[in-house]
Design a protein around this ligand. Structure first.
Ligand SMILES: NC(=O)C1=CN([C@@H]2O[C@H](COP(=O)(O)OP(=O)(O)OC[C@H]3O[C@@H](n4cnc5c(N)ncnc54)[C@H](O)[C@@H]3O)[C@@H](O)[C@H]2O)C=CC1
Ligand SMILES: O=C(O)[C@@H]1CCC=N1
Length: 274
């Protein structure tokens, strides 16, 4: 069934994430004539998508001449206070605001969009291949119908998990929003370690990339836990055990680093709210 909304859909910002969500919605059959994109400089891939579907695109919100049913706010958190006052002038009483910005709290949107239904959501970049994971939180004004609208929008690029506690979103951002970067960094580190062990750079990168993506696919396809899949690789007294002794060194291994990294990302999310 193709996805549709009860009026125009405005993308405020169509970069990596806004562009991915737009692409997912178009793949689900969204009528491109119901979309308006407001972005002064979308990336080339998004510009190609906009041109391919003849989607109305304007550089600034003052040029938008429709009352949106939904505004997807997908600009960087740091410019939010410049963007929201202009967007607020476009919103009607029924307009649903969906923000995917890190850190920016629902209360921040309520300051600009009085009495508006607001959904704060945190997707991640696997949305670009329709394998995203999004966590979404509604404010008290969001009706069941509006929640279904937000769900239809966000689930066009992957799974959606709804929570009621907005306070959890900074930790969610630190785990699943930023998490793909940690996995890509793991692939980078593994490749560099392979070079240090004597492989040439191209082979080390090929092996690291294939291993991280293959292990991710196995984790996805298997009913086993990550811990069980790890144990399946690890022969007693073997090579993997030697590596894991380093990685899981008590108080000094990957767990310590990951816990500190997620705490730092969570704190940055809180700082971005200010
Ligand atoms: N990149 C990621 O992994 C994730 C990002 N997010 C959030 O999504 C939001 C967008 O991030 P990305 O797509 O990564 O950034 P991006 O830089 O790829 O996209 C931002 C877009 O906003 C546009 N823009 C700049 N000024 C504007 C204005 N005044 N009005 C309208 N559009 C304007 C830019 O031209 C750009 O196309 C951020 O708030 C970020 O926190 C959320 C989840 C994951
Ligand atoms: O780094 C950031 O702030 C954004 C939010 C989650 C992923 N990227």
């Amino acid at each position: 069934m193709s996805v549709a909304f009860n009026g125009p859909l405005l993308f405020a910002g169509a970069g990596k994430m806004g562009g991915a969500i737009l692409k997912g919605l178009l793949a689900r059959g969204l009528d491109p004539s119901t979309v308006v994109v407001q972005d002064p400089a979308p990336p080339q891939a998004v510009m190609d998508l906009l041109a391919e579907h003849a989607i109305k695109t304007v550089p600034d919100a003052a040029a938008v001449d429709v009352t949106p049913a939904v505004i997807l706010v997908a600009v960087k958190p740091q410019i939010m206070d410049d963007v929201l006052p202009v967007l607020a002038r476009l919103a009607g009483p029924q307009t649903l605001i969906v923000s995917i910005a890190a850190g920016r709290r629902i209360a921040n949107f309520e300051q600009y969009f009085a009495d508006a239904a607001v959904v704060r959501a945190m997707p991640n970049t696997p949305a670009a291949i329709l394998r995203g994971t999004t966590v979404a939180v509604p404010n008290a004004k969001v009706s069941d119908a509006q929640r279904a609208v937000a769900d239809a929008m966000l689930s066009a690029v992957g799974d959606v998990i709804w929570l009621d506690d907005e306070d959890l979103l900074d930790a969610v951002t630190a785990v699943s929003g930023s998490g793909p970067a940690y996995v890509f960094y793991l692939a980078e580190c593994l490749a560099r370690a392979g070079e240090a062990a004597g492989l040439d750079a191209a082979l080390a990168q090929q092996l690291a990339r294939a291993t991280v993506s293959g292990a991710g696919a196995l984790l996805d396809a298997s009913d086993l836990s990550a811990a069980d899949l790890r144990r399946n690789v690890t022969s007693p007294g073997g090579t993997t055990a030697a590596a894991l002794e380093v990685l899981s060194a008590p108080g000094d291994g990957l767990q310590k680093l990951m816990t500190e990294a997620v705490a730092a990302a969570t704190q940055r999310g809180r700082d971005l709210a200010k």
